[in-house]
Design a protein around this ligand. Structure first.
Ligand code: GTP
Ligand code: MG
Length: 140
């Protein structure tokens, strides 16, 4: 069975939506294997977002992700990587379909970075890499 790294980003934690995100994950039938509220560091984010380094939204993204605590979790279940991406919806919260986390709960604020509430790993390779970054003690 698969595992994926999910983050409720600082906008979601600030807005009190951590429980709502967890509710949707559990209602779908996935389970939490780890859960921690914590503030990221530049080093952690440099590793997490290595693929985006140099892009125009990279610096604003890192600043945003440092702006408050995130709820980091390891979610478990058959095909949960694809499944959580479907629950989250499209990256652009304005375009994200209603019924999805981003489509129902996020919008564009005209800022330099999309504040789209959640992150979910995009492949088994990313999931393994990201779980190691955020939860080295349970990676394996
Ligand atoms: P994550 O689950 O957060 O990784 O989202 P994603 O996989 O849908 O998007 P991606 O990995 O491509 O980008 C990571 C994050 O950078 C996004 O969630 C946004 O917060 C931000 N981002 C990505 N692309 C853009 C963009 O074109 N413009 C802006 N302003 N922000 C972006
Ligand atoms: Mg991504």
């Amino acid at each position: 069975t698969q595992r994926t790294l999910v983050l409720v980003k600082p906008d979601g934690v600030r807005r009190g939506l951590t429980g709502e995100v967890i509710r949707r994950i559990e209602a779908k039938g996935y389970t939490l294997a780890a859960l921690e509220l914590r503030t990221a560091t530049r080093e952690l984010l440099a590793a997490h977002y290595a693929e985006h380094e140099g892009k125009p939204f990279y610096e604003p993204l890192v600043e945003f992700m440092l702006s408050g605590p995130v709820a980091a979790m390891v979610v478990e279940g058959e095909r949960c990587i694809e499944g959580f991406r479907a629950l989250a919806g499209a990256t652009d919260p304005t375009a994200a379909a209603p019924g999805t986390i981003r489509g129902d709960l996020a919008r564009d604020w005209g800022l330099k970075v999309q504040q789209n509430l959640v992150h979910g790993s995009d492949s088994p390779e990313s999931a393994e890499r990201e779980i190691k970054i955020w939860f080295s003690e349970i990676a394996g």
